[in-house]
Design a binder for this molecule. Structure first.
Ligand code: MN
Length: 276
């Protein structure tokens, strides 16, 4: 590994975050997140399917909340919306490489789904070596430090014990519980409680530990390109909603002019063409 450590900022820990080395021939990577796919919003599914069928990227990175909710991979046992989504991924996986990080809505996505979709699950966070740079990838929720109630919930539901208990319930019970949790979350949204954004000092600390200068993340639905201290950068992905006016279906596209070199690299936001 040749990446140099940012000046004046010795990492406080040596995290065992996975490092993904992009193959030398990769030129274009697409990043999406927060599609919140659900059977009741076919327009967003159609836009996403069209994107997966037509992108010329070498790899697509889905950085969390592909699904509005995921109650366990056993939903794939019966044909339905989830199996249609897995088929879209599986078909695309024959042309390109797909990576998927779990979000706060679909944190229960597991190995069976990964296999059905022909994709590779990514830990949150992960480091990507591409185009002569190290990029830190995360869903982003773990950095919203002001949202203490949520972080408590997050650590609970990410524990093996909680997941084992939850997955031992029947599918119908899990769907009911997920519905109740979403209702609570909606109620909070309409109560006007402010949504936490990423904590900048902790974000910079993560970047230092990863020896990366740019974080790409989703979760907040506030697409932006933040320049932080010491030249560190935070790129926020848009959520998708094809029923909004104007429709939101945006891809962040990293292009490498020359493999392995920073010179001439571009980061653009591209509107995914709508199907129909
Ligand atoms: Mn999220």
């Amino acid at each position: 590994m040749s990446a140099s450590r940012p000046r004046n900022t010795a990492p406080t820990a040596a995290p065992s975050w996975p490092v993904l080395q992009a193959p030398a021939h990769w030129r274009q990577l697409d990043f999406i997140s927060d599609l919140h796919l659900q059977a009741s919003v076919p327009a967003t599914f159609n836009a996403w399917q069209h994107f997966m069928q037509t992108t010329q990227a070498d790899a697509v990175f889905i950085l969390g909340d592909l699904f509005e909710v995921w109650v366990g991979d056993d939903v794939l046992a019966a044909p339905g919306f989830e199996t249609r989504c897995a088929r879209v991924l599986q078909a695309a996986s024959h042309r390109l490489t797909i990576f998927l990080m779990r979000g706060n809505r679909d944190f229960l996505l597991g190995a069976a789904f990964a296999q059905a979709g022909g994709l590779t699950l990514l830990d949150d966070p992960s480091v990507l070596n591409f185009a002569g740079q190290r990029w830190l990838l995360s869903h982003g929720d773990a950095l919203c430090l002001e949202d203490t109630d949520y972080l408590q919930f997050r650590s609970q539901v990410r524990s093996a014990a909680w997941q084992q208990d939850f997955l031992s319930l029947t599918l119908a019970q899990r769907q009911q519980l997920a519905h109740d949790m979403r209702m609570q979350s909606e109620a909070r949204k309409y109560s006007g409680a402010p949504y936490a954004d990423l904590d900048e000092p902790m974000t910079c600390s993560w970047l230092h530990m990863a020896q990366a200068s740019t974080l790409i993340h989703g979760h907040t639905h506030k697409p932006a390109d933040h320049q932080m201290t010491e030249g560190l950068r935070r790129i926020v992905l848009s959520d998708w909603d094809a029923t909004a006016t104007p429709p939101r279906a945006e891809v962040l596209r990293l292009s490498a002019a020359v493999a392995g070199q920073t010179e001439g690299n571009t980061v653009q936001r591209v509107k995914a063409a709508r199907a129909e």
